[in-house]
Ligand binder design. Sequence first.
Ligand SMILES: Nc1cc2c(nn1)-c1ccccc1CC2
Length: 293
Amino acid sequence: ALIKLQNVEDLYEIGDILGSGHYGQVRMVRELATGTRWAAKFLKLRRSVSSRLGLERKSVEREVEILQALQHSNIMALRDVFESKAEVVLIVELISGGELFDFIAEKENLSENDAIEFMKQILKGVGFMHSKKIAHFDLKPENIMLLDKEQEHPHIKIIDFGLAHRFIQGEEYKSLCGTPQYIAPEVINFEALSTATDMWSLGVITYILLSGMSPFQGDNDEETLRNTVAMNYEFEDQYFSQTSAMAKDFIEKLLIKDPSERMTADECLLHPWIKPLTRKQAANRRRSSINMK
Ligand SMILES: Nc1cc2c(nn1)-c1ccccc1CC2
């Protein structure tokens, strides 16, 4: 990868923290030459093989290679990579509208039309990723950010490809990574993973967008995992009485145990909930969302 050995401070003025987590820290930066604002993701590298702190160099290189392969308006763009001391710095596009997770929390849950607008963008980004044989493997509302949350229809960006994987023809891939509420049964059963694993996560995300509830969440992680492998979820009337049958059908066609039975991202974009078959359906939806406002 074209990793620059210059110091990131030579070219960028480092600003406020935008986010921090298992991956490291993201700060706003201003490019000195142009005044353009970007985000800088500081990833700590492991000092030694046995160390548990920081990330493996391999996994950072994988995130860089995967981001370099993905240029799409719904996927966070990578602009530059610096390596300094025991740190790799990714210069990425500035996304300052916060996480979809917080946006839903503020609104309790979304109208079906808002949920459809978000899902359409997520499906375009995920469909593009899958067309390149790349799976994200950590899709969740925290990893879907809004470019500007003040907009009527905010533009979304998929971030954090730290667990992503590029499939090589015929190669089998297994991993136990991910976030319990969103991981598919095949991850828990340590079976072969695929792009369909992401589609399960999109089923969970849709359920949350429409209800504010998480379908398999239990009191602790192992209860959540047990609920997942047991396919133990339902559309409780308390949260889904206003939800259309098509929205539930969309979710049911993603939360399927057999990965090969789940809809692909492209099939989702043709599902009647996302792509109304008739103008009448579209008009009904507009009317229903007006009633719900
Ligand atoms: N894991 C994360 C987490 C984040 C980001 N990237 N990866 C990010 C990227 C661009 C702008 C702002 C952020 C903050 C959150």
